[in-house]
Ligand binder design. Sequence first.
Ligand SMILES: NC(=O)c1ccc[n+]([C@@H]2O[C@H](COP(=O)([O-])OP(=O)(O)OC[C@H]3O[C@@H](n4cnc5c(N)ncnc54)[C@H](O)[C@@H]3O)[C@@H](O)[C@H]2O)c1
Length: 272
Amino acid sequence: MSHFTGKVAVVTGAGSGIGRALSVELAKRGARLAICDVDTVGLAETEALVRSQGAEVKADHLDVSQRELVLAYADDVAAHFGTVNLVFNNAGIAFTGKVEQMSFKDMDRVMDVDFWGVVSGTKAFLPHLIESGDGHIINISSIFGLFSVPTQSAYNAAKFAVRGFTESLRMEMIADKRPVKVLCVHPGGIKTNIARKAEQVEGLDHDDLAKQFDKLARTSPAKAANVILKAVEKNKARVLIGADAWVLDKFVRTSGPGYARAVGAFSKRNGL
Ligand SMILES: NC(=O)c1ccc[n+]([C@@H]2O[C@H](COP(=O)([O-])OP(=O)(O)OC[C@H]3O[C@@H](n4cnc5c(N)ncnc54)[C@H](O)[C@@H]3O)[C@@H](O)[C@H]2O)c1
């Protein structure tokens, strides 16, 4: 018996990367899974991987930026399984560009998926998690939810917002004695397709950006999933993933706002 045996777990953005690894690791630990994504091909691959572990799985197309659909999805999942215990609000996108060059549309898209997608997933499932008597919300922020870098203003804003939202929710659940635990996750560079799928402003080279990301991302999605699930078991409030995340978090906290000078210089040197 593991901590997750028999529990119903929802994973958004399960068609790739961290979401896929979480789904597989949860399946290995005996969870029953509701997985969703906008990428139906990737989702079907994850579904097959999860089934090969012998896990019960419900796979659905879902765009987390469509609030009404997220609300309906939560009710559908709860009706299908009879309960919901864990929700991993993981779906996310990246976008590279300076504030001066980014359009409002570019910024809205990042906020709609990376922030409002998390808020909708949380609000939609919260009544079901409370009703379960044993709920857990896991919101995926980023190391970029702890400090900012140039060319990632919208992503930074969304990930800082996820952190603020999630930490506030955790306090409310504790104060109101709700049976829902809350974890905020801050991964460093994880080797996934996020940069390959990302968009950027005109004038930046997509392949160059993806190659730079590949150089910096050191942690495997499987390792990230294992760290997250351990933090869930321990009811941690916050978890950092990867040595890069630990080092950068410490550096930013000890140097205060002065970190911006060093990060700005590093970004410039690397053409970011
Ligand atoms: N890879 C990293 O280095 C890293 C670092 C910090 C945080 N994160 C965060 O981890 C999460 C997972 O990212 P990943 O690295 O596994 O990326 P990924 O691109 O491999 O996976 C993200 C998944 O989310 C799905 N998705 C995108 N928009 C969606 C939408 N509107 N509705 C539903 N699904 C949608 C994609 O189709 C994809 O399958 C994201 O929130 C990301 O911001 C990643």
